[in-house]
Design a protein around this ligand. Structure first.
Ligand code: BMA
Length: 327
């Protein structure tokens, strides 16, 4: 906590043009657009792979490209990746909330997304070189599981996937390993939801893919607090060991970002900020975090790796201590 006052400096700065994308921008009829995966293409173009909800309530993915990551978006004229329930029955009720990871070893982007069907939400994976054609691997984590992203390179010879299964233990963040991106095991809890009155009690999940820093994997995660008026989605910060990512080095006590602006506070689902992707500026420090606002629109907030790490140094503690505090 900052000593002596009640006015913490904001860590993330909302862009004045927010929301930067809404259903009104779409070239075809939709209900809403939110929770985009993000990446910066080789030529510096920002690509958002947006979750688009149609007017039946089912979601698909659609790519939007911009030279400056703020405006001038060129949106694919038709859906980029539609659910394909004939070949992939787990996609019956749509595909949602993609996270993008460029994997140098494969020279491809890995898209990890929620596939939704009768069994509940699960995690699916597809590869793409250009966001025009995709090679689907199908479901890799069966229901009930979501909020997943792949780390960009192997750790100790294995691919690593962060995800959020619902188990009898609760809704915690886990990590699993695979030799081939298809067969997954060595499941380990990475970060637990706190309990009771905490802002991240009940449910937590990965937001954008982890940010690799010399000090560790920097993870922005969402925490859900249940209130009589509904759920409150806010963001927190934690740092994990580079070689052993299930080992939490620091976890912030308070949230770093929550619904405050009108477009975050009211929409199809009120009081939700939900990032699924970021891009890094060429300075290697400035982060553009793209997030869904109230399940209705896409907004942008900026921060820097240095600032986030400094904040964790001042406001974080090691996980073991945190859990003792929680009791
Ligand atoms: C989560 C996910 C997100 C959604 C959020 C708020 O469980 O389903 O896609 O934005 O709830 O409704």
């Amino acid at each position: 906590m900052t000593a002596g006052n009640n006015h913490d400096e904001p860590l993330l700065h909302r862009h004045p043009s927010n929301p930067i994308l809404t259903s009104k921008d779409w070239p075809y009829s939709i209900n809403s657009v939110f929770n985009p995966g993000a990446t910066m293409l080789e030529d510096g173009t920002t690509l958002l792979l947006c979750r688009v909800e149609d007017r039946r309530g089912l979601s698909h993915l659609c790519a939007a490209r911009s030279a400056n990551g703020v405006d001038g978006w060129k949106i694919d004229p038709t859906p980029t990746l539609l659910p394909n329930p004939d070949e992939f029955p787990e996609e019956l009720w749509g595909i949602e909330d993609p996270r993008l990871t460029y994997v140098p070893e494969l020279k491809q982007y890995v898209v990890v997304y929620t596939s939704y069907s009768r069994g509940g939400p699960g995690v699916s994976l597809a590869l793409t070189k250009d966001f025009h054609t995709f090679e689907r691997y199908g479901v890799i984590m069966s229901a009930d599981d979501k909020d997943a992203a792949l780390l960009p390179h192997k750790i100790g010879g294995y691919w690593a996937l962060i995800h959020r299964p619902m188990t009898a233990l609760g809704a915690h963040i886990w990590i699993s390993y695979s030799p081939d991106l298809r067969h997954w095991g060595s499941h380990k809890v990475m970060l637990e939801a706190r309990r009771g009155a905490w802002w991240d009690a009940n449910k937590i999940g990965l937001s954008a893919p982890p940010i690799e820093t010399p000090r560790g994997w920097l993870v922005i995660y969402h925490g859900v607090r249940h209130t009589p008026a509904g759920c409150l989605y806010r963001l927190g910060l934690a740092l994990f060991d580079l070689e052993k990512p299930e080992k939490c080095l620091r976890r912030g006590a308070s949230w770093i970002f929550g619904p405050e602006a009108d477009y975050e506070r009211s929409g199809d689902v009120n009081d939700v900020v939900f990032p699924c992707g970021y891009t890094m500026n060429p300075d290697g420090d400035t982060i553009n975090l793209y997030y869904g606002a109230a399940d209705c629109s896409i907004a942008l907030a900026r921060t820097s790796v240095r600032t986030l790490l400094e904040w964790l140094d001042a406001n974080g503690s090691c996980e073991r201590r945190q859990r003792a505090e929680d009791l």
